[in-house]
Design a protein around this ligand. Structure first.
Ligand code: ARG
Length: 435
């Protein structure tokens, strides 16, 4: 019976499929790369040709050994350095730095959605062809991801979290408003809860509305009103519940944690990444290493918050919290990297202007990474954290044709990554600088 049903379904489906419009395939492209950085091997290859067809890379090899198909568009990057599209595992495309402190209260959900469209384009043009967006209101990030995937608006590939989960009064809550003007948590799209089962329900809510990843706040934050940046905000039980529920629904978990104890509780709960990790201690570093947990440390932010925060509306209390963690975070970044912890490139863009993502490479090199290691954090390592090692982070056959290029050599001067000369995503060229 079942087989018969399948057969008749196939018979109905076949003519439908035959009539379906094939998606317009961009013409094949052959890229001539003067230098090609291969983060997977840590090597630079000279004089390579990359073939792209149907949005994917089909061949890579020394020029002369790879023959472009007839009708291929030739892209001459022979004077440039080519590398895989970059990945930022911590962005907030739907918000801007000017919306800090009390300014944040004026932003509506529809405005947030439009902001996301503008920033998606800026981010892509900066060479970031994939981002993990960890925190947005009203599922604006889900809509943005889908619009980008459908080709409606230009932007990076996205994994999104929807509203982050957190405690009442914690880093994810709105603490600026008095009680009578509060955002009522009436079951609307917020992530605020106060018990293990409350959080399991929030994980299910976010999964239902289409998120790829669960974000929760294990400790206080810099930019949140009225909390202590290092203070733990969820119990071990609550974190355990979030992680087991999220993993049951096939979602990885990113936790915001500056505080020493909160970081360790989150790692114990089984999170996949710790964001910020500012006050991590030696034991925390050992635990992260032992469990293979990624540390996603946004070490550029300190400069921007301290220089431009006040004008953007950041409260004096938040600036004081930034002074408390900024330098320590960099020192701990260096310590954790030396100790061999896994790290992925994470900027918290939105805290500073979108499109500036690549500025952090220099800070990472100043604090102990080689340029190649910093590039690996934004390609192979980030791809691993996202569970996408089979499709992004490398220039190799079968991978998405997410390919960027800069003039000069980022291995000698990593700031060259701040000036993208060429950006291709999925075989489509979004920036070519006349090439
Ligand atoms: N969103 C983060 C928070 O409010 C930003 C922290 C930025 N500071 C830093 N040193 N990384 O906590």
């Amino acid at each position: 019976m079942r087989r018969l049903a399948c057969l008749s379904l196939a018979l109905i489906a076949a003519p439908l499929l035959a009539h379906a419009e094939p998606p317009a395939a961009p013409p094949p492209v052959a890229i001539h790369a003067g230098r090609l950085i291969d983060p997977a091997s840590g090597r630079t290859l000279l004089d390579q040709v990359i073939l792209v067809q149907g949005g994917r890379i089909t061949a890579v090899g020394p020029s002369g050994t790879v023959t472009p198909p007839a009708g291929a568009r030739l892209v001459d990057l022979s004077a440039d350095t080519v590398l895989p599209g970059l990945v930022d595992v911590h962005t907030h495309l739907t918000s801007n730095p000017e919306e800090s402190g009390a300014n944040s209260l004026t932003v509506s959900t529809p405005q947030e959605a439009i902001t996301g469209v503008v920033n998606a384009k800026k981010t892509l043009e900066a060479g970031f062809t994939t981002v993990r967006n960890v925190g947005a209101g009203g599922f604006t990030d889900v809509a943005l991801r889908d619009a980008i995937n459908d080709g409606e608006v230009p932007g990076p590939r996205m994994q999104v979290s929807g509203p982050p989960l957190g405690a009442t009064g914690g880093h994810a809550d709105e603490n600026l408003l008095p009680w009578e003007a509060r955002h009522a948590d009436d079951g609307g799209p917020s992530g605020i809860a106060d018990s293990p089962w409350g959080f399991r329900a929030k994980v299910r809510q976010n999964a239902k509305y289409g998120v790829d990843v669960i974000k929760f706040m294990a400790s206080g934050g810099v930019l949140s009103h009225g909390d202590s940046v290092g203070g733990q905000q969820l119990t071990q039980e609550e974190m355990d519940a979030i992680v087991s529920e999220a993993h049951m629904w096939g979602r990885k978990v990113a936790t915001h944690a500056h505080g020493t104890e909160a970081i360790k509780a989150a790692i114990r709960a089984g999170v996949d990444s710790v964001e910020h990790a500012s006050l991590i201690d030696d034991e925390g570093i050992r635990m992260a290493k032992a469990k293979g947990v990624y540390l996603d440390m946004d070490i550029y932010d300190d400069d921007y918050i301290l220089s431009d925060g006040a004008k953007n509306g950041v409260e004096e209390s938040s600036l004081a919290k930034e002074r408390q963690v900024g330098r320590l975070q960099r020192e701990n970044f260096q310590k954790a990297w030396k100790a061999g912890a896994k790290m992925a490139f994470a900027t918290d863009a939105g805290v500073y202007p979108h499109g500036w993502n690549a500025k952090q490479f220099k800070t990472m090199v100043d604090w102990g990474m080689t340029p190649m290691q910093a590039i690996q954090s934004a390609t192979t390592s980030a791809a691993d954290l996202l569970g996408w090692s089979d499709r992004i982070g490398r220039i190799a056959p079968g991978y998405y044709a997410d390919i960027v290029a800069v003039e000069g050599d980022p291995l000698k001067d990593v700031t060259t990554l701040q000036h993208m000369a060429f950006v291709m995503k999925g075989g489509e060229i979004y920036k070519s600088g006349g090439r």
